[in-house]
Write a protein that binds this ligand. Structure first.
Ligand code: NDP
Length: 519
């Protein structure tokens, strides 16, 4: 470990731009050691390391912190620091590259442990390293363990953390928390088994199940939109809403993750976690307060009000697809079965759509349509709330279609909110046409929203669980999708591949819901 030297303090100054008022309200977090299991992996270099460095640069991270990397690859403390610098040079935004005194101070707080996750001795060495950090780097006995490894090794790591006495029940000085990457289980049974392992070492208040979608600013704005305004809530119910559609569409294929994806599919990979979380935020009742558990109680209630389909219902309330060859942005794209590490006869869905109902007083009779897929025409994540048609027509020429109002919460790549409403076209005739009110985060606040991982890692260090998924919600989401998974796994879809790369998804999705918004 590097010897202590003078600490470099970062204090972000207010830059005088009133649009940015309130954006730097985050408190400096507690001193702590952050241990990244899987530190030589893809997620660490692309997302986690730049997020931690950004927290340091913007003054959120305490000056007294330490970063410990843990994986099999062979680095020394020194060569791992050099590796981190190279990754930040490549993946951090242009204004957050490692340099100067801040980087030097950050670097000396980085150390590395090279070992297999089943190596008991290494956890003892990790314990020693954490104690040294407390003594030499002022990390105050606070520890954040971040599991960024293949999910298959999560249980092993947790068991060893407990055996080495660095779990929160044994190490009672300071706080100890664990961030668990997705997926949390691959089905209901494996999720329950993983939870049992987690519970043996960590109480729920120390567990942070990450769904990086929840760290995106527009997702957090769903609650602000609903509960910091008066005009939306009165119409946010079955009396005014016709349907809700939630889309998480990607243009990318499986890239280098074919091996993982072929065992997962779109329903497990996206709908069970990200999309279900969005549904819960859109449909929940106002929480009693803005406390993490008050919000998570309401989210859980929504999921509890969704009846899992019976096996017989699955065909009529869902659609699945798999992409074949096609073209993306005018360039040819191969089909899923030709992707690296994918079974050439694969029955895995790369597109999933489902219709769910929230059986509550507020939502009775309103269908919620969810869809997610890869190699679609456009990358777009959004929630569209479509309102009921007008009850009586007064305006518009006979050829005009009067469209229903639609409120769209745009999550990515655009971030903002759009409202579609009808307006009269200027001129002597009374033509009616749809127009849009548009709010965009970038121009509205004069900054782009911070990356999701920056927000979430900051929250985990602060001890704010609001944006992390509680076990009851994870379990319930698995219960809802399990019958669909069962049917899809046991019945081969002979129409696969049934949509071209770059398309809108399969015909069966259009049959399920003809009014999907175009991708
Ligand atoms: P990688 O395969 O790139 O990295 C896995 C890491 O775990 C490597 O550092 C590897 O170390 C280490 N590792 C694996 N097995 C062992 C072992 N037995 N002992 C010690 N170290 C081991 O995975 P990703 O970084 O892509 O993903 C990590 C997690 O994040 C996964 O749960 C994934 O589902 C999740 N995730 C990833 C996303 C992404 O964009 N990459 C997005 C969302 C979630 P080494 O190679 O040195 O042995």
């Amino acid at each position: 470990m590097a010897k202590a030297s003078a600490t470099v303090t970062v204090n972000p100054q207010h830059d005088g731009n009133t649009l940015r008022d309130g954006l730097h309200r985050d408190r400096v977090t507690d001193p702590c050691s952050i241990v990244f299991f899987g530190a030589s992996g893809d997620l660490f270099k692309r997302m986690l390391l730049p997020a931690v460095y950004a927290l340091r640069l913007n003054g959120t991270l305490s000056n007294d912190f330490a970063l410990v990397g843990y994986s099999r690859s062979n680095y020394t403390d020194e060569s791992f620091r050099e590796y981190c610098k190279q990754q930040l040079d490549e993946f951090a935004p242009a204004d957050q590259k490692p340099k100067g005194a801040i980087w030097d101070d950050f670097a000396r707080r980085i150390s590395y442990m090279s070992a297999d996750f089943d190596d008991v001795k290494c956890y003892e060495a990790l314990k020693k390293r954490l104690d040294e950090n407390d003594a030499q780097l002022g990390t105050a006995h606070n520890r954040l363990f971040y599991l960024s490894t293949p999910p298959s090794v999560f249980p092993e790591i947790i068991k060893h953390i407990k055996a080495a006495g660095i779990d929160p029940r044994t190490h009672v000085k300071g706080w100890t928390r664990i961030v668990v990457e997705k997926p949390f289980g691959t089905d209901l049974l494996s999720a329950r088994a993983l939870q049992q392992t987690v519970e043996r070492a960590f109480d729920e208040r120390s567990v942070y199940r990450i769904d990086h979608y929840l760290g995106k600013e527009p997702v957090q704005d769903i609650m602000a939109l609903r509960f910091a305004n008066t005009i939306f809530e009165p119409v946010w119910n079955r009396n005014y809403v016709q349907s809700v559609q939630i889309t998480a569409a990607e243009q990318l294929g499986v890239e280098l993750r074919g091996g993982y994806y072929d065992n997962a599919g779109a329903l497990r990979d996206m709908i069970q976690n990200h999309v279900m979380n969005l549904l819960a935020l859109v449909a929940m009742e106002p929480p009693a307060s803005s406390d993490a558990d008050a919000i998570r109680n309401e989210k859980f209630k929504v999921l509890s009000a969704i009846a899992p389909p019976t096996h017989e219902d699955v065909a009529s309330m869902s659609a699945r697809g798999q992409y074949g060859p096609g073209s993306i942005d005018g360039k040819p794209a191969i089909g899923y079965r030709a992707e690296q590490d994918v079974d050439p006869a694969s029955n895995t869905e790369t597109f999933a759509a489902v219709r769910l109902h929230v059986d509550s007083w507020r939502w009775a009779g309103v269908p919620f349509y969810l869809r997610s897929g890869k190699r679609l025409a456009r990358k777009v994540s959004e929630i569209a709330v479509t309102f009921k048609p007008i009850p009586h027509r007064l305006y518009g020429e006979s050829t005009d279609t009067i469209e229903p109002n639609v409120l769209v919460i745009k999550i990515q790549p655009e971030e903002g909110v759009t409202m579609r409403f009808e307006a009269k076209v200027p001129g002597p005739k009374s033509h009616i046409r749809s127009v849009f009110m548009d709010f965009n985060y970038g121009s509205g606040f004069g900054v782009q929203s911070p990356p999701a991982y920056e927000r979430l890692i900051g929250d985990a260090i602060r001890g704010d669980q609001t944006l992390f998924t509680r076990w009851d919600a994870v379990e319930r989401a698995w219960e809802i999708v399990t019958p669909i998974l069962d049917v899809w796994e046991h019945t081969k879809d002979f129409t696969f591949p049934n949509y071209p790369a770059g398309g809108q998804g399969p015909e069966s999705a259009a049959k399920l819901f003809p009014e999907w918004r175009a991708l």
